[in-house]
Design a protein around this ligand. Sequence first.
Ligand code: NAD
Length: 501
Amino acid sequence: MKNITHWIGGAAVEGGGRTADVFDPATGTVAGRVHLAAAEQVDEAVAAAAAAWPAWRDTSLVRRARVLFRFRELVDAHAGELAALISAEHGKVHSDALGEVARGLEVVEFACGIPHLLKGGFSEGVSTRVDSYSIRQPLGVVAGITPFNFPAMVPMWMFPIAIACGNAFVLKPSERDPSASLLMARLWKEAGLPDGVFNVVQGDKAAVDRLLEHPDVRAVSFVGSTPIARYVYEAGTAHGKRVQALGGAKNHMLVLPDADLDLVADAAVSAGFGSAGERCMAISVVLAVDPVGDELVDKIVSRVAELTVGPGDDPASQMGPLVTQVHRDKVASYLDLGVAEGAKLVIDGRRTPILGGGAAADTPGFWLGPTLLDHVPAGSRVHTEEIFGPVLAIVRVSSYEEGLKLINDGEYGNGTAIFTNDGGAARRFQNEVEVGMIGINVPIPVPMAFYSFGGWKASLFGDTHVHGTEGVHFYTRGKVVTSRWLDPSHGGVNLGFPTNA
Ligand code: NAD
């Protein structure tokens, strides 16, 4: 049985008084036990970070960047090991886990450019022989609270930039797949990051609540479901912290009649069922503008029939299990609900054959195969609620305008995509749609590290998106200095408000 600890001050630390089971989702068996921090372990981690911060903040930009370069090389060298840990606890297939590591590494690469990113402005002569310049300084101890679905990438959206900016970091990963965080902690140490600059507290609500109220935690980045994102935002800001809290999603793909339906079907199947639909940028609703619906559904069905569902460590598997039994059962409950709401269950993922097993519903482990619901009524629960599993809903619409309205009426605004060869329609869509990340013939438009990631509406609380220059902004505070070197011309008392002359 694997013993999964905290990481505080550069060493593995146990404690908290409670533990949680960590499962192998492919078999349903308990594979490890993770310690759940109490307030005491959180306090210890924050104290370690606070103690390490002053020296790290004073470490030159170039030296900080060199630690990041070494970390980048180490993560790259250990990508396979990291992917195996992710796959074992999350369930996603190995190739997909490698993809998440690669996308996280891009943020580390971006953060290696911190000497350039932290350059301020300088204005010579804002007044007679007076100069002004701006600088950005780190905040101190900052925390990241992350979801189960990207146990390496989402933390890497946060800590490379926070640390490069000169902060000390406390990560609270998901308790469902906590092991990747510890490998990353060891790699930071090997890269030469001073002990205490990066810490991990494993845990659940108790750990989160202590981070939110701890007076030494200056900022909190959160990624997870919308109700918890809202809670973290409200509690964190009530305690005077800077908070960015990214929430859930329900991403629509709008298919116009001129689109190439083979390419659309490829994209819908890839984006709907990759990682078993447990991606905040997954496509969960296809809005098929008349008359493409029937043909598109046929093309999706034939592609799904070719998919192989099985354990994440089997190279033949294209899709793995869901993360826990509870989550699997919740996702599966939408199949009957969809039918009750009037949809047609075209592919029932409970019957999908699993590699090395039987039908999904009869195989030990948290299995549900790709599921397709057609004629899903607009506004129904299957259409509007985040399911976060391999359930793709087809909603038939009669026009671009009707599709756009359904997207804009939704609670979430994380990602969306339009499929068309009409540049004018695509341009209109990017202008009119109320969503933060938009794909034009790209089904999962996750921005590159040098842009920032974030949705609108209930998909993000706060005003700063993660990584890119907004990440640098989030983890630093600005100062403006006005300076003059006194000479006789500056003499004389003047009680008037300073003006520029
Ligand atoms: P979750 O909200 O259950 O958990 C996220 C984090 O919050 C975890 O670290 C968890 O331990 C903690 N947490 C859970 N319940 C809490 C509570 N009551 N009080 C305080 N903390 C609590 O999310 P999840 O199930 O791990 O992840 C899936 C969700 O994350 C989906 O809704 C998905 O859309 C969302 N997500 C969003 C993005 C994005 O960029 N917007 C990215 C990835 C995932």
